[in-house]
Design a protein around this ligand. Structure first.
Ligand code: 5AD
Length: 353
Protein backbone atom coordinates (compact mmCIF):
# COMPACT_ATOMS: atom_id res chain seq x y z
CA UNK A 1 0.00 0.00 0.00
CA UNK A 2 2.88 2.36 0.74
CA UNK A 3 3.97 2.23 -2.92
CA UNK A 4 0.49 3.34 -3.95
CA UNK A 5 0.57 6.20 -1.45
CA UNK A 6 4.02 7.25 -2.70
CA UNK A 7 2.70 7.21 -6.25
CA UNK A 8 -0.31 9.30 -5.24
CA UNK A 9 1.98 11.73 -3.43
CA UNK A 10 4.27 12.09 -6.42
CA UNK A 11 1.76 12.19 -9.26
CA UNK A 12 -1.43 13.41 -7.53
CA UNK A 13 -3.39 10.63 -9.15
CA UNK A 14 -4.10 6.92 -9.15
CA UNK A 15 -6.14 4.77 -11.51
CA UNK A 16 -9.64 3.74 -10.39
CA UNK A 17 -8.32 0.22 -9.76
CA UNK A 18 -5.48 1.51 -7.61
CA UNK A 19 -7.81 3.77 -5.62
CA UNK A 20 -10.06 0.81 -4.95
CA UNK A 21 -7.13 -1.32 -3.75
CA UNK A 22 -5.95 1.48 -1.46
CA UNK A 23 -9.37 2.04 0.10
CA UNK A 24 -10.21 -1.65 0.51
CA UNK A 25 -6.84 -2.59 2.01
CA UNK A 26 -6.47 0.26 4.46
CA UNK A 27 -5.39 -0.38 8.02
CA UNK A 28 -4.18 1.88 10.86
CA UNK A 29 -0.56 1.68 9.76
CA UNK A 30 -1.34 2.52 6.14
CA UNK A 31 -3.60 5.33 7.33
CA UNK A 32 -0.86 6.87 9.46
CA UNK A 33 1.54 6.82 6.51
CA UNK A 34 -1.12 8.43 4.32
CA UNK A 35 -1.88 11.14 6.93
CA UNK A 36 1.80 12.03 7.21
CA UNK A 37 2.00 12.61 3.48
CA UNK A 38 -1.27 14.55 3.48
CA UNK A 39 -0.02 16.85 6.27
CA UNK A 40 3.23 17.45 4.41
CA UNK A 41 1.34 18.46 1.26
CA UNK A 42 -1.01 20.68 3.21
CA UNK A 43 1.90 22.46 4.92
CA UNK A 44 3.69 22.91 1.57
CA UNK A 45 0.60 24.64 0.22
CA UNK A 46 -0.95 26.53 3.13
CA UNK A 47 1.55 26.30 5.98
CA UNK A 48 0.02 25.74 9.40
CA UNK A 49 -2.91 28.11 8.80
CA UNK A 50 -6.46 26.96 9.39
CA UNK A 51 -9.07 29.07 7.62
CA UNK A 52 -12.34 29.80 9.36
CA UNK A 53 -15.71 30.35 7.69
CA UNK A 54 -18.70 31.74 9.52
CA UNK A 55 -21.67 29.58 8.63
CA UNK A 56 -25.04 31.32 8.57
CA UNK A 57 -27.92 28.88 8.16
CA UNK A 58 -30.55 31.33 7.02
CA UNK A 59 -33.49 29.11 6.08
CA UNK A 60 -34.42 25.50 6.73
CA UNK A 61 -37.33 25.48 4.28
CA UNK A 62 -36.55 23.16 1.39
CA UNK A 63 -38.47 22.10 -1.70
CA UNK A 64 -36.35 18.98 -2.08
CA UNK A 65 -36.92 15.64 -0.44
CA UNK A 66 -33.50 13.98 -0.10
CA UNK A 67 -33.99 10.75 1.82
CA UNK A 68 -31.09 11.43 4.20
CA UNK A 69 -31.70 15.04 5.16
CA UNK A 70 -33.49 16.30 8.25
CA UNK A 71 -34.81 19.44 6.56
CA UNK A 72 -36.36 17.55 3.64
CA UNK A 73 -39.76 18.80 2.52
CA UNK A 74 -41.65 15.79 3.87
CA UNK A 75 -40.32 16.09 7.40
CA UNK A 76 -43.34 17.66 9.00
CA UNK A 77 -41.66 17.53 12.39
CA UNK A 78 -39.02 20.06 11.29
CA UNK A 79 -39.60 23.42 12.91
CA UNK A 80 -39.18 25.80 9.98
CA UNK A 81 -37.61 29.27 10.11
CA UNK A 82 -36.21 31.99 7.90
CA UNK A 83 -33.83 34.76 8.94
CA UNK A 84 -34.54 38.30 7.80
CA UNK A 85 -31.92 40.28 5.92
CA UNK A 86 -31.33 42.31 9.09
CA UNK A 87 -30.75 39.15 11.13
CA UNK A 88 -28.31 37.86 8.51
CA UNK A 89 -26.40 41.16 8.59
CA UNK A 90 -26.36 40.99 12.38
CA UNK A 91 -24.74 37.52 12.17
CA UNK A 92 -22.12 38.95 9.81
CA UNK A 93 -21.36 41.78 12.23
CA UNK A 94 -20.91 39.35 15.14
CA UNK A 95 -18.69 37.24 12.89
CA UNK A 96 -16.68 40.18 11.60
CA UNK A 97 -15.93 41.31 15.14
CA UNK A 98 -14.72 37.81 15.96
CA UNK A 99 -12.30 37.87 13.01
CA UNK A 100 -14.27 36.02 10.33
CA UNK A 101 -13.49 37.19 6.79
CA UNK A 102 -15.62 34.62 5.00
CA UNK A 103 -19.36 34.22 5.45
CA UNK A 104 -21.18 31.18 4.15
CA UNK A 105 -24.88 31.65 3.53
CA UNK A 106 -26.39 28.20 3.59
CA UNK A 107 -30.00 27.19 3.31
CA UNK A 108 -32.48 24.71 1.93
CA UNK A 109 -33.87 25.34 -1.53
CA UNK A 110 -36.41 27.89 -0.38
CA UNK A 111 -38.45 29.61 -3.07
CA UNK A 112 -39.33 32.45 -0.71
CA UNK A 113 -35.78 33.68 -1.30
CA UNK A 114 -36.19 34.80 -4.91
CA UNK A 115 -33.16 35.86 -6.96
CA UNK A 116 -34.06 39.44 -6.19
CA UNK A 117 -33.91 38.79 -2.44
CA UNK A 118 -30.64 36.84 -2.66
CA UNK A 119 -29.04 39.54 -4.81
CA UNK A 120 -30.10 42.19 -2.32
CA UNK A 121 -28.62 40.20 0.58
CA UNK A 122 -25.37 39.51 -1.30
CA UNK A 123 -25.07 43.15 -2.29
CA UNK A 124 -25.72 44.38 1.25
CA UNK A 125 -23.12 42.05 2.77
CA UNK A 126 -20.46 42.87 0.18
CA UNK A 127 -21.09 46.62 0.47
CA UNK A 128 -20.79 46.49 4.23
CA UNK A 129 -17.85 44.05 4.32
CA UNK A 130 -15.86 44.57 1.11
CA UNK A 131 -12.84 42.83 2.62
CA UNK A 132 -14.79 39.60 3.17
CA UNK A 133 -15.48 36.68 0.88
CA UNK A 134 -19.06 35.53 0.51
CA UNK A 135 -19.94 31.91 -0.15
CA UNK A 136 -23.40 30.78 -1.18
CA UNK A 137 -24.73 27.29 -0.54
CA UNK A 138 -28.33 27.38 -1.67
CA UNK A 139 -28.65 24.50 -4.07
CA UNK A 140 -29.41 24.01 -7.73
CA UNK A 141 -30.25 27.15 -9.72
CA UNK A 142 -30.17 28.22 -13.36
CA UNK A 143 -27.04 29.60 -15.02
CA UNK A 144 -28.77 32.98 -15.11
CA UNK A 145 -29.38 33.00 -11.36
CA UNK A 146 -25.84 31.87 -10.53
CA UNK A 147 -24.49 34.60 -12.81
CA UNK A 148 -26.67 37.24 -11.18
CA UNK A 149 -25.48 36.29 -7.66
CA UNK A 150 -21.89 36.36 -8.91
CA UNK A 151 -22.35 39.79 -10.47
CA UNK A 152 -23.83 40.97 -7.18
CA UNK A 153 -20.57 39.99 -5.47
CA UNK A 154 -20.76 36.34 -4.38
CA UNK A 155 -17.27 34.82 -4.54
CA UNK A 156 -17.73 31.13 -3.86
CA UNK A 157 -20.42 28.45 -4.13
CA UNK A 158 -20.78 25.15 -2.33
CA UNK A 159 -22.88 22.44 -3.93
CA UNK A 160 -22.06 18.93 -2.85
CA UNK A 161 -22.55 16.47 -5.68
CA UNK A 162 -23.55 13.91 -2.97
CA UNK A 163 -22.45 10.90 -5.05
CA UNK A 164 -20.97 10.65 -8.54
CA UNK A 165 -22.66 7.34 -9.29
CA UNK A 166 -26.05 7.81 -11.04
CA UNK A 167 -27.61 4.63 -9.56
CA UNK A 168 -26.47 5.57 -6.09
CA UNK A 169 -27.78 9.11 -6.63
CA UNK A 170 -31.23 7.67 -7.40
CA UNK A 171 -31.20 5.69 -4.16
CA UNK A 172 -30.55 8.84 -2.14
CA UNK A 173 -32.97 11.18 -3.90
CA UNK A 174 -36.48 11.16 -5.38
CA UNK A 175 -36.92 11.17 -9.17
CA UNK A 176 -37.28 14.94 -9.41
CA UNK A 177 -33.58 15.33 -8.63
CA UNK A 178 -30.84 14.15 -10.97
CA UNK A 179 -27.09 13.78 -10.82
CA UNK A 180 -26.96 15.13 -14.33
CA UNK A 181 -28.39 18.48 -13.32
CA UNK A 182 -26.27 18.61 -10.19
CA UNK A 183 -23.09 18.17 -12.25
CA UNK A 184 -24.37 20.65 -14.82
CA UNK A 185 -24.77 23.22 -12.03
CA UNK A 186 -21.22 22.62 -10.82
CA UNK A 187 -19.77 23.16 -14.29
CA UNK A 188 -21.86 26.32 -14.74
CA UNK A 189 -20.55 27.68 -11.46
CA UNK A 190 -16.98 27.08 -12.62
CA UNK A 191 -17.59 28.72 -15.98
CA UNK A 192 -19.02 31.81 -14.28
CA UNK A 193 -15.88 32.18 -12.21
CA UNK A 194 -16.86 31.12 -8.69
CA UNK A 195 -14.48 29.29 -6.41
CA UNK A 196 -16.49 26.08 -6.40
CA UNK A 197 -16.95 23.37 -3.81
CA UNK A 198 -18.40 19.91 -4.35
CA UNK A 199 -18.48 16.98 -1.95
CA UNK A 200 -20.20 13.90 -0.66
CA UNK A 201 -21.18 12.00 2.45
CA UNK A 202 -19.04 9.10 3.59
CA UNK A 203 -20.94 5.93 4.43
CA UNK A 204 -24.26 7.05 3.00
CA UNK A 205 -26.71 4.16 2.53
CA UNK A 206 -25.92 1.90 -0.44
CA UNK A 207 -22.48 3.46 -0.95
CA UNK A 208 -19.81 1.00 -2.13
CA UNK A 209 -16.06 1.39 -2.62
CA UNK A 210 -16.79 1.74 -6.33
CA UNK A 211 -19.03 4.73 -5.56
CA UNK A 212 -16.22 6.34 -3.58
CA UNK A 213 -13.77 5.73 -6.41
CA UNK A 214 -16.22 7.41 -8.79
CA UNK A 215 -16.47 10.34 -6.39
CA UNK A 216 -12.70 10.73 -6.37
CA UNK A 217 -12.43 10.47 -10.16
CA UNK A 218 -15.22 13.02 -10.60
CA UNK A 219 -13.50 15.40 -8.18
CA UNK A 220 -10.24 15.08 -10.05
CA UNK A 221 -12.02 15.90 -13.28
CA UNK A 222 -14.01 18.86 -11.91
CA UNK A 223 -11.00 20.27 -10.07
CA UNK A 224 -13.01 22.21 -7.50
CA UNK A 225 -11.42 24.76 -5.17
CA UNK A 226 -13.16 23.27 -2.13
CA UNK A 227 -14.41 19.82 -1.16
CA UNK A 228 -16.82 19.15 1.69
CA UNK A 229 -16.94 15.60 2.95
CA UNK A 230 -18.35 14.29 6.19
CA UNK A 231 -19.83 11.09 7.54
CA UNK A 232 -23.48 10.32 6.89
CA UNK A 233 -25.35 10.59 10.19
CA UNK A 234 -28.92 9.27 10.33
CA UNK A 235 -31.73 11.67 11.19
CA UNK A 236 -34.62 9.89 12.91
CA UNK A 237 -37.40 11.65 11.00
CA UNK A 238 -36.15 10.66 7.54
CA UNK A 239 -36.49 7.46 5.48
CA UNK A 240 -32.84 6.69 6.37
CA UNK A 241 -33.40 7.16 10.09
CA UNK A 242 -32.47 3.54 10.87
CA UNK A 243 -29.55 3.20 8.48
CA UNK A 244 -26.02 2.87 9.74
CA UNK A 245 -23.89 6.03 9.88
CA UNK A 246 -20.53 6.60 8.18
CA UNK A 247 -17.29 6.06 10.06
CA UNK A 248 -14.71 8.50 11.32
CA UNK A 249 -11.95 6.23 10.14
CA UNK A 250 -13.05 6.08 6.49
CA UNK A 251 -13.80 9.82 6.41
CA UNK A 252 -10.26 10.62 7.61
CA UNK A 253 -8.76 8.22 5.08
CA UNK A 254 -10.67 9.91 2.24
CA UNK A 255 -9.76 13.41 3.42
CA UNK A 256 -6.09 12.44 3.18
CA UNK A 257 -6.49 10.87 -0.28
CA UNK A 258 -8.23 14.04 -1.47
CA UNK A 259 -5.42 16.22 -0.10
CA UNK A 260 -2.93 14.19 -2.15
CA UNK A 261 -5.07 14.25 -5.30
CA UNK A 262 -5.68 18.01 -5.15
CA UNK A 263 -2.80 19.45 -3.11
CA UNK A 264 -4.09 23.05 -3.03
CA UNK A 265 -7.74 22.28 -2.33
CA UNK A 266 -9.57 23.96 0.57
CA UNK A 267 -10.73 21.05 2.67
CA UNK A 268 -12.94 21.53 5.72
CA UNK A 269 -12.98 19.34 8.78
CA UNK A 270 -16.78 19.40 8.76
CA UNK A 271 -19.38 19.77 11.48
CA UNK A 272 -20.53 16.20 10.80
CA UNK A 273 -17.00 14.98 11.54
CA UNK A 274 -17.02 16.96 14.79
CA UNK A 275 -20.39 15.43 15.61
CA UNK A 276 -19.42 11.75 15.43
CA UNK A 277 -16.25 12.16 17.51
CA UNK A 278 -15.37 14.75 20.18
CA UNK A 279 -12.03 15.39 18.46
CA UNK A 280 -13.31 14.77 14.94
CA UNK A 281 -12.35 18.17 13.60
CA UNK A 282 -8.81 18.02 15.00
CA UNK A 283 -8.40 14.53 13.57
CA UNK A 284 -9.61 15.90 10.23
CA UNK A 285 -6.96 18.62 10.35
CA UNK A 286 -4.34 15.98 11.17
CA UNK A 287 -5.46 14.05 8.06
CA UNK A 288 -4.97 16.98 5.68
CA UNK A 289 -7.99 19.28 6.17
CA UNK A 290 -7.30 23.02 6.48
CA UNK A 291 -10.66 24.72 7.02
CA UNK A 292 -13.25 24.80 9.81
CA UNK A 293 -16.70 26.31 9.61
CA UNK A 294 -18.05 27.45 12.99
CA UNK A 295 -21.71 28.27 13.25
CA UNK A 296 -22.68 31.95 13.24
CA UNK A 297 -26.43 31.43 13.05
CA UNK A 298 -28.44 33.05 15.86
CA UNK A 299 -28.66 30.78 18.86
CA UNK A 300 -32.45 30.48 18.69
CA UNK A 301 -32.42 28.80 15.27
CA UNK A 302 -29.45 26.47 15.67
CA UNK A 303 -31.40 23.50 16.92
CA UNK A 304 -33.76 23.85 13.99
CA UNK A 305 -31.16 23.43 11.27
CA UNK A 306 -30.89 19.73 11.97
CA UNK A 307 -29.64 17.93 8.89
CA UNK A 308 -28.83 14.95 11.12
CA UNK A 309 -29.21 14.00 14.79
CA UNK A 310 -26.92 15.28 17.58
CA UNK A 311 -25.40 18.06 15.48
CA UNK A 312 -22.77 19.99 17.46
CA UNK A 313 -22.54 23.72 18.19
CA UNK A 314 -26.23 24.12 18.79
CA UNK A 315 -25.78 25.55 22.26
CA UNK A 316 -22.76 27.74 22.79
CA UNK A 317 -22.24 31.09 21.16
CA UNK A 318 -19.89 31.36 18.22
CA UNK A 319 -17.59 33.46 20.44
CA UNK A 320 -17.21 30.76 23.08
CA UNK A 321 -16.74 28.00 20.56
CA UNK A 322 -14.20 30.08 18.65
CA UNK A 323 -11.98 30.49 21.72
CA UNK A 324 -12.29 26.80 22.41
CA UNK A 325 -11.57 25.97 18.78
CA UNK A 326 -8.54 28.27 18.75
CA UNK A 327 -7.06 26.43 21.72
CA UNK A 328 -7.77 23.03 20.20
CA UNK A 329 -6.17 24.02 16.91
CA UNK A 330 -3.09 25.43 18.60
CA UNK A 331 -2.78 22.29 20.71
CA UNK A 332 -2.19 20.27 17.54
CA UNK A 333 0.33 22.72 16.10
CA UNK A 334 -1.82 24.80 13.78
CA UNK A 335 -3.24 28.34 14.00
CA UNK A 336 -6.42 30.09 12.96
CA UNK A 337 -5.82 32.58 10.16
CA UNK A 338 -7.75 35.85 10.08
CA UNK A 339 -7.93 36.22 6.31
CA UNK A 340 -10.31 35.44 3.48
CA UNK A 341 -8.49 32.16 2.97
CA UNK A 342 -8.83 32.00 -0.79
CA UNK A 343 -7.67 29.09 -2.89
CA UNK A 344 -4.02 29.43 -3.87
CA UNK A 345 -4.81 29.88 -7.54
CA UNK A 346 -6.89 32.96 -6.73
CA UNK A 347 -4.09 34.55 -4.69
CA UNK A 348 -1.71 34.06 -7.60
CA UNK A 349 -4.09 35.90 -9.92
CA UNK A 350 -4.31 38.77 -7.47
CA UNK A 351 -0.53 39.09 -7.38
CA UNK A 352 -0.31 39.14 -11.15
CA UNK A 353 -2.72 42.02 -11.64
N1 5AD B 1 -25.73 13.28 7.48
C1 5AD B 1 -24.62 13.91 7.06
N2 5AD B 1 -24.63 14.92 6.17
C2 5AD B 1 -25.82 15.34 5.71
N3 5AD B 1 -26.15 16.28 4.82
C3 5AD B 1 -27.50 16.29 4.69
N4 5AD B 1 -28.05 15.36 5.48
C4 5AD B 1 -27.04 14.73 6.11
C5 5AD B 1 -26.96 13.66 7.03
N5 5AD B 1 -28.05 13.03 7.47
C6 5AD B 1 -25.16 17.05 4.08
C7 5AD B 1 -25.38 16.94 2.58
C8 5AD B 1 -25.63 18.37 2.16
C9 5AD B 1 -24.97 19.16 3.26
C10 5AD B 1 -25.47 20.55 3.44
O1 5AD B 1 -25.22 18.40 4.42
O2 5AD B 1 -24.22 16.41 1.95
O3 5AD B 1 -25.10 18.69 0.90
Amino acid sequence: MKELIDKLYETNSLSPEELKILIDNRNPEVAEYLFEKARAVRVENYGYDVYIRGLIEFTNYCKNDCYYCGIRRSNCKANRYRLTKEEILECCQVGYDLGFRTFVLQGGEDEYFTDEKIIDIVDSIKTRYPDCALTLSIGEKSYKSYKAYFDAGADRYLLRHETANPDHYRKLHPKAQSLENRKHCLYNLKIIGYQVGCGFMVGSPYQTTDCLVEDLIFIKELEPHMIGIGPFIPHKDTPFGHKEGGSLELTLFLLAIIRLMLPAVLLPATTALGTIHPRGRELGLMAGANVVMPNLSPKYVRKKYMLYNNKISTGDEAAESLNDLKKRIEAIGYQISVSRGDHKSVLVEELVF
